[in-house]
Design a protein around this ligand. Sequence first.
Ligand SMILES: [Zn+2]
Length: 51
Amino acid sequence: MVRPPRQTKPCAFCGRPFTDRKRWSGRGQWDEVLYCSRGCRADAARQRRRA
Ligand SMILES: [Zn+2]
């Protein structure tokens, strides 16, 4: 099995690409991660509530 050491994907909130982190990939959570940071995650939740 060959896997790239680091994956990247765009943040669902700010659109910036961010890389996988050990604490995500180690738990198999990479697919569930949508935001590059806590700040983006919090802002996204705030926007959702407002809308
Ligand atoms: Zn972001």
